[in-house]
Design a protein around this ligand. Structure first.
Ligand SMILES: Cc1cc2nc3c(=O)[nH]c(=O)nc-3n(C[C@H](O)[C@H](O)[C@H](O)COP(=O)(O)OP(=O)(O)OC[C@H]3O[C@@H](n4cnc5c(N)ncnc54)[C@H](O)[C@@H]3O)c2cc1C
Length: 442
């Protein structure tokens, strides 16, 4: 029986622990400095907005850990010594391990902006950040968010829930247009503004200015505008949280370097979740850092199998993601905005400007879906992508992908009509009983 030590009680570390317990009788210890119990990080915003308490965000009951013999320790790992197979903790404890899993997650980016450490300036990643945000946003008249992405827009919604006016500095031409295609990015920009946010595109932070007490009083942008504010959220991305490993023998680059089996260069040491940087042998391509909930979960399960005797390769499979931009849900499956050779895009937008469906395809098959304001079934889209279904098949069956057709207006007939208009001479064999609503959107 070995002692498996896991650094980090996020989705990656906890999933590894759960699966190791299923597969073995090993001793398991999870060390984490942030919280006593595992919680859902994506739900942080709902605690601030009063929709949930911390207890609601815990995926497991408190008895779960003892019952499954997963020991928890609230402490910080300050040093890892792979020679002696021990970790040192902030409390002074030195703990031995047989197998080490590094699952230490991410930390918010700070790019050396003047004033970035002033009071009232912070990122949003941890429970401590949330508590600080609670204090920092008391009696605030104006807030500034720096960096458009998924966390930035959540902070905007959080502040909106407390009626705190926001200026939002985003470097890109449209919101998150490094990920979203132009039309969807423009839709999000419009929607953010409709919520009363002062969205300033193509604008970067230059410096954060202090008041006489060392608290933020304003920011200055690269357009040389000064925006008065008492709170600044720095949401320009995250990076692997691995500073405590820098003196160790574990190879690190931006993250902890691992192969497809999530193994580091040191025997019996693995890295999973946000902190892992998966080496891509092709020199033309960048190594992969996957900062998503579901990939962390997959890493945890894969590494558990390897540790328990079945060496398993991590294969991410078909990409997917979902998020919410204020009231607009976003779902993506497969390859969208990757500009693959020969790809075509069928993009349909509802006249209300808040819903859209994009199907990316080539001569052979459909390769991606993006929906805004409309929920498509993950399993259906994934199956079509895996089976490499051609565009005419997907269009003929598109209503099967709709997640909740009984509650919402059906948009699929309009998508079909658009395709036929754009491709004269091609008629999609519509499934029986369809097309009733097509005239509404045609
Ligand atoms: C506000 C917010 C919203 C998000 N929303 C989504 C979403 O909607 N969908 C999605 O897919 N992803 C979302 N993410 C990203 C997702 O939460 C992360 O990808 C995921 O939580 C990473 O899991 P992890 O287990 O790798 O690390 P983490 O969840 O970061 O857990 C790592 C833990 O290790 C601890 N730790 C680090 N170093 C040490 C040390 N030296 N000693 C002890 N403990 C240590 C940390 O404190 C932390 O508790 C969101 C992230 C944030 C911040």
């Amino acid at each position: 029986m070995s002692h498996v030590l896991i650094i980090g009680n996020g989705i990656a570390g906890v999933t590894a622990a759960r699966h190791i317990r299923k597969l073995s009788d090993d001793d398991i210890t999870i060390i984490s400095g942030e919280t006593e119990y595992f919680y859902s990080r994506p739900a942080l915003m709902y605690i601030y907005m009063g929709h949930m308490t911390f207890d609601h965000t815990k995926p497991h009951e408190d008895w779960f850990w003892e019952k499954n013999r997963i020991a928890r320790l609230r402490d910080y790992v300050t040093r890892v010594d792979t020679e002696s197979k021990k970790v040192e903790l902030l409390s002074g404890i030195v703990m031995p391990y047989d197998v080490l899993i590094i699952a230490s997650g991410s930390a918010s980016n700070k790019f050396g902006w003047p004033g970035q450490d002033l009071r009232g300036v912070q990122g949003l990643y941890s429970m401590q950040d949330l508590e600080l945000m609670e204090q920092n946003t008391q009696d605030v008249e104006h807030a500034v968010i720096v960096g458009g992405g998924l966390i930035g827009i959540e902070v905007a919604e959080m502040l909106d829930s407390r009626s705190i006016p926001v200026s939002f500095l985003v470097r890109e031409k449209e919101y998150w247009d490094n990920v979203l295609p132009a039309e969807e990015a423009a839709m999000v920009s419009r929607h953010v503004r409709e919520h009363g946010v002062d969205l300033r595109l193509q604008t970067e932070l230059k410096e954060i200015l202090p008041d006489a007490n060392g608290r933020v009083r304003a920011v200055r942008s690269n357009q040389d505008e000064e925006i008065a504010c008492q709170f600044v959220a720095l949401t320009a991305g995250v990076h692997p949280n691995i500073d405590f490993l820098r003196s160790s023998a574990v190879d690190c680059n931006r993250g902890v370097l691992v192969n497809d089996y999530l193994e580091t260069n040191v025997a019996d040491v693995y890295a999973i979740g946000d902190c892992a940087e998966i080496i891509v042998p092709d020199p033309e391509k960048r190594n992969r850092i996957e900062q998503l909930w579901y990939t962390g979960k997959m890493h945890g399960e894969v590494v558990a199998h390897t540790i328990c005797g079945t060496r398993s390769k991590y294969e991410r499979g078909i990409l997917f993601n979902s998020a919410k931009f204020f009231d607009i849900e976003y779902h993506t499956y497969g390859l969208v905005n990757f500009n693959t050779p020969g790809e075509k895009n069928l993009y349909w937008e509802h006249p209300d400007g808040k819903r859209s469906i994009r199907i990316v395809y080539n001569d052979k098959a459909v390769i991606g879906f993006n929906t805004m304001g409309i929920r498509y079934r993950h399993s259906t889209c994934e199956r079509w992508l895996r089976e490499e279904r051609p565009i005419d098949y997907v269009l003929a069956h598109l209503d099967q992908a709709n997640f909740d057709p009984e509650f919402y207006e059906l948009c699929e007939p309009a998508v079909l009509n658009l395709f036929e208009q754009q491709n004269p001479g091609i008629t999609i064999a519509k499934r029986k009983g369809r097309g009733i609503l097509s005239s509404i959107f045609a």
